[in-house]
Design a protein around this ligand. Structure first.
Ligand SMILES: Cc1cc2nc3c(=O)[nH]c(=O)nc-3n(C[C@H](O)[C@H](O)[C@H](O)COP(=O)(O)OP(=O)(O)OC[C@H]3O[C@@H](n4cnc5c(N)ncnc54)[C@H](O)[C@@H]3O)c2cc1C
Length: 443
């Protein structure tokens, strides 16, 4: 973008909340679009973590295929050669009236505010479940799941009671969106291909069970029906039990009860059946949809406030082709980031703004090792080729080449080397509530 540099004494502050897919890419694009123009524009990204988390590969960390650092990339390194300043601290409040954001360190004023704070797990008010169930939203969750799976194998190894042993080796994933399906597939591969080799003296293949529970009648609602059916076939063919049209009624750490009336022992349950908007966003006095996402104009500026831009999981943006809101995915967030960055820069250098109108052409989902389903327009691909493309597409999304290489290396490690079965638990005692609960109940 070209434009006249404007000399001003006071800096123009663009404050970006969140260094996830939406926030990080907005900062990278904005820095690129501004180039050498408007040196008075300061861009700050605030996040409670000092790294960008590559969520599409989080399940590989949860199942020993990748080390945490392969999916967590330092934002200070990413911004090193840009005009972006990384502010690592927890955001405690957003004051739209006085145009400032409070973090653990200080109050940050802004001229333009970008909100990309993502979402959190929705337990739909079930506090019992919230206390006990495992989730997969961040690196800590992935490490917990990984350690817990290994611990169940360690317990099962010495268990003499076959019923309890089977419960220890039953892994339930609730919610068959992409995260649930991918995680169930990875747990299955991990248990059968890796852990079974370590524990094979006293544990057999038939004692391990992976169950995927879904309340609706189909899995992967974002993919075409044909691919959803194909995914079920794949899951079942490798040995995962898919239970459709039934909800989780309760889980006390050992016993799973479903609304269909069935009940079985399982000492691991991962909840991936819903997300809700970040609480800071839910509190904002802006127009929102029933799920708390902020309604935006087609330029991605909040419908009821200028200079406040929303994207990613926090935005309710209408897909003009489908006439429904865009799904909360990394793909959506990255594409929106480009538009937000373009529009902020365009306004600063007096260029026309653009609107966000992306036609959703398909999706990907990986199911276990070396297999993925890919759908794009009329084109569908399954198997190892799909799996390879799935990985390339995601790795290609990483913001800097060094991390792309890093992740490609991680991928090769996953294909050619064994997964890790080491239980490394640095988690302080008080944070172990779900593990302790599950472990105690499971005996
Ligand atoms: C396990 C998993 C797998 C996924 N796989 C895929 C996939 O394969 N494909 C796909 O398209 N999508 C996938 N997604 C969804 C995708 O990750 C999200 O849609 C995407 O990250 C949304 O981007 P965002 O910028 O809105 O939020 P995020 O990327 O979540 O970023 C939000 C940022 O805000 C920060 N933050 C939040 N609250 C505060 C606070 N109070 N103070 C400071 N910082 C704060 C967080 O630390 C985070 O860095 C997956 C999600 C998960 C959990």
């Amino acid at each position: 973008m070209a434009g006249e540099a404007v000399e001003t004494e006071k800096p123009y502050r663009v404050l970006i909340l969140g260094a996830g897919f939406g926030g990080l890419y907005t900062a990278v694009y904005l820095s690129r679009f501004l180039g050498k123009h408007r040196p008075d524009v300061w861009v700050t990204v605030v996040d409670r973590r000092n790294y960008f988390l590559f969520t599409p590969m989080l399940h590989s960390v949860a199942t020993g295929a990748l080390e945490p650092r392969y999916v967590a990339h330092s934002i200070r390194k990413i911004f090193r050669k840009t005009r972006v300043h990384a502010h690592v601290g927890k955001i405690e409040g957003i004051d739209l009236e006085n145009r400032q954001v409070r973090t653990t360190h200080r109050a940050l004023p802004y001229d333009d505010l970008v909100i990309a704070l993502g979402s959190e797990t929705n337990f739909f008010g079930n506090l019992d479940l919230e206390r006990r169930a495992f989730t997969l939203k961040n690196l800590e969750d992935a490490a917990r799941v990984n350690n817990h799976i290994i611990r169940q194998f360690e317990r099962a190894y010495w268990e003499e009671n076959p019923e309890i042993k089977r419960g220890l080796l039953t892994f339930v994933v609730v919610g068959a969106g992409p995260t649930g399906v991918e995680l169930a597939g990875e747990i299955y591969e991990y248990a059968h291909r890796e852990l079974l080799r370590d524990f094979g003296r006293r544990i057999t293949k038939d004692e391990i069970r992976v169950v995927l529970v879904e309340a609706t009648g189909r899995i992967l609602p974002s993919l075409p029906e044909k691919l959803s059916q194909e995914a079920i076939r794949r899951l079942e063919s490798i040995g995962i039990e898919v239970m459709l049209g039934t909800r989780l009624e309760s889980w006390d750490g050992t016993m799973v009860r479903l609304t269909s009336g069935s009940g079985f022992l399982a000492s691991t349950l991962v909840w991936s059946a819903g997300v809700k908007t970040n609480p800071l966003v839910r509190e904002l006095p802006l127009d929102k949809d029933p799920s708390g996402r902020i309604i935006v104009r087609s330029t991605l500026e909040a419908r009821t406030m200028d200079h406040v831009w929303i994207l990613g999981d926090n935005a309710h943006a209408i897909d003009p082709f489908e006439q429904k809101p865009y799904p909360p995915t990394a793909q959506t967030a990255v594409r929106q980031a480009r538009v937000v960055a373009h529009n902020i820069a365009a306004r600063l250098i007096k260029k026309p703004e653009i609107t966000f109108a992306h036609r959703h052409v398909g999706g990907f989902v990986s199911i276990g090792d070396n297999y993925a389903l890919l759908s794009a327009k009329q084109f569908t691909l399954t198997g190892i080729l799909g799996w390879f493309l799935w990985n390339l597409v995601y790795i290609n999304k990483l913001p800097i080449i060094r991390y792309r290489l890093f992740s490609t290396f991680g991928l090769f490690l996953k294909v050619f080397f064994e997964r890790s079965t080491t239980e490394v638990d640095f988690c302080p005692e008080e944070e172990k509530q779900p593990i302790r609960e599950a472990g105690r109940m499971a005996g």
